[in-house]
Design a protein around this ligand. Sequence first.
Ligand code: ATP
Length: 303
Amino acid sequence: MPEPVLAEVSVRAPAKINLHLGVGPVRADGFHPLATAYQAISLFSTVTARPAEEWSITCTASDDIDVSSVPLDDSNLALRAARLLAEHGGVTTPVSLHIDKGIPVAGGLAGGSADGAAALLACDTLWGLRTPRAQLLELAGRLGSDVPFGLVGGSAAGHGRGEVVTELGDVGTYDWVVLTNPRGMSTPAVYAEFDELTDGQSIPDPEIPAELIDALAAGDVRALAGSVGNDLQPASLRLRPELAEAMQAGLDASALAALVSGSGPTCLFLCEDTGHARQVADVLSAYGRAVLASGPVSGARVL
Ligand code: ATP
């Protein structure tokens, strides 16, 4: 049985955005097949793992992120990740985990998934398991659709429920304004709204637009702006019409593109460069908390 070889390990994992989120018709198992282009952006969650007498989890936040809805019991994704890896690797020594969240909660930025990915890598390192990458990704996929991408980072295609991740070639860095909203949105509620909106329609199999893949490969920000999209956006906007106003304000302030992030309520604004992003963020701060982030950044990394 492997024993901890280090006193503590901290791992930082990024938020994800969906440059394109294609959603197919609901399957018999209740899931919607997805074809998504992910990008990891520079908002991070840091998970620190230490050997302990009992399994435990604590959570604090940098900036003014509200973590009051994050569960501090066995349902926490970081704790579930640690326990799953322990079972897989034959480890019996518990860990205490601490999450320092720099990713808004329930914002469509996969903050919980970043915690799960960070905890997997932190515990793998703490316990000296050296779990092969493919196995770590498989465990990540069992924890949640967006957890494997938290390990991979960069720009990537996601298929299945989003858990089948393939890296996409990209060039350069993109500047985003991330407009967060203090009132989170429930992903299942947005999918239910999507089902209602598309009821009776024939929905084609989702695909990532070829133009988007080409834009990333060429590092062409304007072509990227023309090819981003989110099939969940009409559902999110129907649940929260005020988001459409903020998106229009961003476009009026010269953002190259505006879209809802995942299931929302976070909205994303693609900008020409950091200076341009600052100008757009100034205007958007009337609508919520507007922060600058750039992507792609790497997936979970030991600090
Ligand atoms: P989803 O993955 O459902 O798209 P999201 O990206 O919108 O979610 P998250 O920050 O992952 O947002 O939060 C989704 C839900 O999970 C919220 O109810 C939140 O309180 C909870 N949550 C956040 N962090 C964790 C965590 N580490 N473990 C478990 N639940 C979490």
